[in-house]
Design a protein around this ligand. Structure first.
Ligand SMILES: Cc1ncc(COP(=O)(O)O)c(C=O)c1O
Length: 387
């Protein structure tokens, strides 16, 4: 059977092997503590579900415009203005089947054969493969724990070539939880703007920041930033709506139009009644989000404090998202080997950093109950002491 070169070049998911092993162990009745989750362990708030149910029952089950319902695009424009100080017309916004879909659409609309896309590492697992699917080449910039896993403007400058088309920024970051400050972003944008390099700014964890840390939208920094940035966001993390498959991007009009065309010929549009739920999410009560954030903050403090007490591993206190990235390089094991042994010997599932382009690390998610975190951290600590 012949498959396309495009498909053949994709890297198999490193996260899947640990995940399937953990599931198989659970099915055998073993008590596995899962720190692998990439989604909130909270339910979607009731008023959001109610809006989608009412839409379904009212027969709102047909095609919508490809870029999304006008009322939803307006609600997103209002949100971007109020929360992010960004002025977008609804025509600059395209609603999609998830932030992942928006990232892919944005890359397809702007990058092609011969282009390079700079991606700071550790990165969210899908970016390099999305870039390759568009025919372009990922250029990975390794960051360091010393710099809190953030790329500095000078690191970016060194990675740039005449072929650089785009930079992908993700703040708050998966897997490190790093949040870039306004000044750090401004310095990077200055470098990008000098060469008209697009910035794909994935802000999906925007609402999950702790201790009063401020999230800054890249496009809000300057006129140059606005003109070069494609802002991606969605509903999965802020409203615990991962399964609804809803996200969006906001961009200069020409890019938004190109993205709309791509979407109209591929997925048509996101699910009609789910879009009604998204309107309720943006316009309705924001208290469930605040409660979820408080709970995440408490778990983060607990998990991070436990990690700091374990010899020979280190971590930067994460400012956002729901992950702690642990540096295991002093232990002398590859991230995959560490994760495999931790799972089989201590029944704790973590994601090897190799999946995010950094083999010195493993990612622990605190999107699980505090009881599981306590039990899992006891086991994690005992395991690390045996190495
Ligand atoms: C950085 C980042 N971007 C995008 C996504 C995808 O979000 P969505 O569920 O809206 O497609 C994820 C999901 O884990 C993520 O971590």
């Amino acid at each position: 059977m012949e498959i396309s070169e495009r498909a053949a070049q994709l890297t198999p998911s490193l996260t899947l092997s640990i995940d399937s092993k953990a599931k198989a162990m659970k099915a055998e009745g073993l008590d596995v503590c899962g720190f692998g989750a990439g989604e909130p362990d909270f339910d979607t708030p009731e008023h959001i579900k109610d809006a989608a149910i009412a839409a379904l029952q009212g027969g709102f089950t047909k095609y919508t415009p490809s870029a999304g319902l006008p009322e939803l695009r307006q609600a997103i424009a209002d949100k971007l203005q109020a929360d992010n100080d960004l002025t977008y017309k609804p025509g600059q916004i395209v609603v999609s089947s998830g932030a992942k879909h928006s990232c892919y659409n944005a890359i397809l609309a702007t990058c092609q054969d011969g282009d390079e896309v700079v991606i700071p590492s550790p990165y969210w697992v899908s970016y390099p493969d999305m870039v390759r699917l568009a025919g372009a080449e990922p250029v990975v910039v390794q960051t360091t724990e010393r710099n809190a896993w953030k790329m500095r403007a000078e690191d970016f400058e060194k990675a740039m070539t005449p072929r650089t088309k785009m930079l992908i920024l993700n703040s708050p970051n998966n897997p490190s939880g790093a949040v870039y400050t306004r000044d750090e972003l401004a310095a990077i944008i200055e470098v990008a703007a000098a060469e008209d390099i697009y910035i794909l700014s994935d802000e999906i964890y925007e609402k999950l920041v702790y201790d009063g840390v401020q999230h800054t939208s890249v496009a809000s920094i300057s006129k140059e930033a606005y003109d070069l940035t494609i802002t991606v966001n969605g509903f999965s993390k802020a409203y615990a709506m991962t399964g609804w498959r809803l996200g969006y991007l906001a961009a200069p009009e020409a890019i938004a139009k190109a993205v709309d065309s791509i979407q109209s010929h591929s997925t048509s549009h996101p699910v009609s009644f789910a879009q009604r739920g998204a309107i309720a999410a943006l316009k309705g009560d924001q208290q469930p989000l605040a409660d979820m954030r408080d709970e995440f903050a408490m778990r983060r403090n607990y998990m991070y404090d436990r990690i700091t007490k374990i010899p020979n591993i280190t971590a930067v206190r994460p400012d956002g998202a729901f992950y702690v990235l642990v540096n295991i390089s002093q232990l002398g094991l590859s991230s995959q080997n560490f994760a495999d042994r931790l799972l089989s010997k201590a029944n704790v599932a973590v994601i090897p950093g190799a999946a995010f382009g950094d083999d010195r690390t493993v990612r622990l998610s605190y999107a699980t109950s505090i009881d599981i975190i306590k039990k899992g951290m006891d086991r994690f600590q005992d395991f690390c002491r045996t190495l």
